[in-house]
Each structure stands twice: as C-alpha cells, then as structure tokens.
Design a protein around this ligand. Structure first.
Ligand SMILES: [Zn+2]
Length: 87
C-alpha cells in the first residue's frame, strides 16, 4: 500500500505522467515527444447527448454537476441478412 501511495504521489495531476519527467523541461524535451490532437468519440457522443439534454428546455438547473451520461448500443438486428443464423 505504501508503494502505491508513493507511486501515485509522483503522478502529475494534469497529465498523469511521472512528474519527475513532465515537470522537468530538459528531461521532457529529451524524450522528443510530440503532441497530437485526437478525438475520443465516446466522450464526443456523451457531449452531444448532454448538449441535447441542455437544449431540450427540460433541463433541471439543480442537476448541474450531478448529471451522468451513459452510452447504450442498439440491440443487434436479428433479421439482417449478414447476421449468423442457427436455422
Ligand atoms: Zn504533467
């Protein structure tokens, strides 16, 4: 447990890297790491659903900060041709 606490204490609260690396400009630059922009489509979809909820006119202002957004997948279409069949 002490080892875990020591490990977690070293993690940067901003990026999650070992702060001995990301807080040391020289050491970080020696890694030659380059940033890139990517999109997490799960978060993107959650943002879309939240925006729809807020724009619905039925959003409860007291719920701000208490809202959770889940992801659900539609059920598989059992009548679609390329689905495996047991017939
Ligand atoms: Zn950091």
């Amino acid at each position: 447990m002490l080892a875990l606490q020591a490990y977690e204490a070293r993690l940067c609260p901003v990026c999650g890297m070992d702060s001995r690396i990301c807080h040391d400009e020289t050491r970080f630059q020696s890694m030659r790491a380059k940033g890139r922009v990517e999109v997490c489509f799960a978060r993107y979809e959650r943002n879309r659903a939240l925006d729809e909820y807020r724009g619905s006119g039925q959003a409860d202002p007291l719920a701000e900060g208490a809202i959770t957004v889940g992801l659900t997948a539609p059920p598989p279409d059992i009548f679609e041709e390329d689905q495996p069949s047991w017939r």
